[in-house]
Write a protein that binds this ligand. Structure first.
Ligand code: 3PG
Length: 211
């Protein structure tokens, strides 16, 4: 656990690509984390949208401590504390409500809250956030949207997620208001099911070289 993880801004510095994964099998968690680490990706966002999510975070935190594990798809009060207790070092939400943000703030864990519009980004900024997730990125205006808001919102930096691919990631990463991107392409279900850790390591290596 060598990486300071004090603020949401720190999350943006971990890797050019944050792999987003919905795990179906807890047994995949540690070999996946180790494959990503070998490929040069030192963070993973394990979503809580499957029952295996929370126990997978616990496993990775215990058995692959060099991996900085975040918990994703935080949508309900209570999840932040459970994720933190499992070992999540940061939290990610697809969108935000005041009730959810109050609950996450109380957990004390850094978070990337989701914003898809200028007003959502401004509301998060009002609460002190300078780093946030832009979701769903491609569907919400993509690179042109981020370029357009850099002028009026110069203090905000984003992790665009949703519809990002190896093909379009470089144009996002070239933007000054983008710190990293999130994507599921490093962890395809077929490779996870097959336990093809070598191929996942290779995808991670290519992603790590994007910045
Ligand atoms: C998700 O919702 O799973 C993440 O935003 C990743 O989206 P993607 O599958 O479009 O990369």
């Amino acid at each position: 656990m060598n990486h300071p993880m004090n603020t949401a801004a720190d999350v943006l510095e971990l890797a050019p690509v944050v792999p987003v994964v919905a795990l179906d099998d807890v047994a995949h968690a540690v070999p996946l984390a180790e494959a990503l680490l070998r490929g040069g990706i030192r963070t993973i966002e394990v979503t809580l949208r499957t029952p295996a999510g929370l126990p997978s975070i616990e496993r990775i935190a215990a058995e692959a401590p060099d991996m900085v594990t975040g918990a994703g798809t935080i949508t309900e009060p209570g999840q932040a504390k459970r994720a933190a207790d499992a070992g999540a070092r940061y939290l990610v939400t697809p969108g935000t409500t005041d009730r959810l943000l109050d609950d996450i703030d109380a957990s004390g864990v850094p978070y990337l809250a989701g914003a898809g519009t200028v007003s959502e980004a401004m509301r998060l900024a009002e609460r002190g956030a300078t780093a946030m997730k832009f979701f769903p990125a491609e569907q919400s205006g993509g690179v042109p949207f981020l370029k357009a808001i850099a002028g009026p919102l110069p203090d905000l930096r984003f992790c665009p997620t949703g519809g990002i691919s190896p093909q379009n990631a470089p144009s996002y990463l070239a933007l000054p208001n983008v710190g990293c991107v999130g994507g599921s392409w490093l962890t395809p279900k077929n490779l996870l099911a097959a336990g093809d850790w070598a191929q996942i390591e290779q995808l991670a290596r290519e992603a790590a070289a994007l910045r």
